[in-house]
Structure formats: C-alpha cells, structure tokens
Design a protein around this ligand. Sequence first.
Ligand code: SF4
Length: 271
Amino acid sequence: MTEPQPQSGPDAKTVTVDFKIALEDGTIGMSAVVPEGQCTITDLLPVLQSLDMSLLSSVEEQIGEAGLKVSCKAGCGACCRQMVPLSLFEAESLAAWIGTLPEAVRQTLAGRFHAALRKLADAGIIDRLTKERWFAREDSAWTLPMDYFHAGVPCPFLIDESCSIHPIRPLVCREYLVTSDPIHCAAPETLQIAPVPVPLHLAHILDRMGAELEPGTQGWIPLVFLFAWMESGAHPGKSYSGTGPEVLHEFVSRAKYGEHPKKPDEKEAAS
Ligand code: SF4
C-alpha cells in the first residue's frame, strides 16, 4: 500500500497561535501553526496530530523520569483488534486519502474492510453495533467492545502487525500507549494492562464535536465502518470552518479543562 503522508492545509499562508490549556493538575502552553485563511476542522487534522505527538512525548518523558517505559512498538498490533472509535472528521480525511489511491490499491483495501465486516457479522457483532444503542447502557458499553475484541478481527489497516497508515493514523490510536507487558494487551479482560495516563485526549475533543453534529450518537464511527460511511459522501468538517485560528479556537474551547486561545476579534478588541 502507498505510504500515506500527513496532509498539508489548503492555504500556504500560515500563522502561529500560542495558547494554554488548563489540565487537571496544571497548565500546558502550546503553539500551533495553522492556515491563515479559510479551512475546516478536517483540514486542521495534521496540526492536531502534531499537537498530540508533542503532548504524548512530554508524557513519555514524565513517565521515563518515574522509571517507566512505553512498551508499544512496531510489529505489536494486539490492540489493533479493538473497536477503534474513529472521529467523523478523521473518517472524512481518510476517505479523501483513500480517494487518491490507485484503483487497484483502493479495491484491495475495500476487500480488507469487507472481509473484516463479514467476520464481525459472523460473530454477531455487526447486528449488535447497528441495532442497539449499546454505548448508552453500562452493561453493553463494556461487553460489546470486549466481544468485538474477542472476535479477533484485525483493523483493516493492520498489515504484518504494523499500522500501514502510521503517519495519518487516528488520534485515538496515538493516545493508546501502555507500559505493561504486551502479552496483557491480548487479554484486556484480565485488567492487567497499564495504560499511560494521558492528561488530555485530543481524540475525545473531536468526538465531542462529532456528537454536537449528530446528537444522540457518540460522535464517532467504528473504524471498520469507514468504507460504508464513505458512501454517504458526508463532509462533517464543513460544520466547523473559518480561518485557521478560529477553527483552532473551536477545537480548544471544547477541551475539558480548556483555557482557550483568543478568537482573532477578541485579540483585536483587547489590543
Ligand atoms: S489505524 Fe493503525 S494503529 Fe489504529 S487500529 Fe488500525 S492498524 Fe492499529
């Protein structure tokens, strides 16, 4: 498969935005280079990926000081059998990337998604995913993801136990890191997995934005539904559009402990 690259925004002119986000136990200062002109939240994904990686490397440094080490590495794809919650905006971005692939490659990928869906259907998971409001009930919110995992269906993007879209993989995949023995990742029900505590999940912010667009849903789709979702031709990112600083403000304002970057007009009013 063609190695994907992070996509650049639609506007060559950029502007640097400095902002702070209040976390549970402190404040983190961040800086993002965003398009000066019009863009959507989907266009901003490369920026969010870069912010996420910088957050996660500081988390890794902190746990290193405590003598811990992330045990995730290429070639270990145990966690890639989980149901991956893919934000609507990342679905849109992946759909655009898939649209650039040569037809034969796209067909191969479509076949991988189809095979995964068939296996999940045989295990009765698809019916439960589509017919129940499973995420709204405490029992099924736990058992359905567990049953999905035990169906043993790898993510269609997993090739030779490595992520074939690593540079553009979803935020939720980036934010799932563990320090425990990888053997435990194959048996999550034993509760032996030690996830790295991430102070701010940027993936959750995208989910919140998706849920605002589709009230009554969790704001994401299971990644395995991507090709089916693409049939809708939806462009959810358009609902969050504006200049780069404005769209970044929309995103950061939904951080759980958010201290927001000022909107450009607020800056002007303040100066
Ligand atoms: S997108 Fe990549 S990292 Fe995420 S579950 Fe699929 S193969 Fe794993």
